[in-house]
Design a protein around this ligand. Structure first.
Ligand SMILES: [Zn+2]
Length: 152
């Protein structure tokens, strides 16, 4: 799932639970990543596309667009609500598993072996492959409705 979607899931869970402690929010956000990854979300074609070229550059390009969209949405959220440290901590926590994975790609080294096995065991648990367009529509629906709810 894209980072903007992970951030939406993490921030929504801590908001729904009424979490006030940023450290707890960070941990819940982190855990929410595996929960969100569990469902099929059609990212596989993106990974295949990345591997067809310079994988690191292509992943950086995707992360840059994704990160910019997240910052734009979070900026808008901040304008409406003021800076919400708990939501920010949950969003950052929700990025951790993919950041660890990205560091392994960047350094071309297995740095977090146990974590990667866990992350990918859990990733799309049922191995249902959605076509890219369906995955994008699904993620867009989840992401926009959660951010919509957070913005209210
Ligand atoms: Zn993941």
């Amino acid at each position: 799932m894209y980072l903007i979607g992970h951030a939406a899931v993490g921030a929504s869970i801590v908001t729904a639970l009424g979490v006030t402690n940023p450290t707890a929010a960070f941990c819940i956000g982190w855990a929410s990543h595996y929960l969100a990854d569990f469902f099929p979300h059609g990212d596989e074609p993106v990974g295949v596309w990345a591997k067809r070229g310079n994988e690191v550059y292509r992943l950086i390009a995707i992360a840059a667009v994704d990160g910019a969209l997240f910052l734009a949405v979070f900026g808008f959220f901040t304008v409406r609500h003021g800076f919400d440290l708990v939501a920010a901590a949950a969003a950052l926590g929700s990025f951790v598993p993919d950041v660890l994975w990205g560091l392994e790609k960047l350094f071309k080294k297995k740095l977090f072996g146990f974590h990667e096995r866990f992350h990918f065991l859990n990733h799309n648990f049922f191995h249902i492959r959605l076509p890219l367009w369906l995955g994008i529509i699904f993620q867009l629906a989840v992401t926009t409705s959660l951010w919509w709810w957070l913005m209210r």
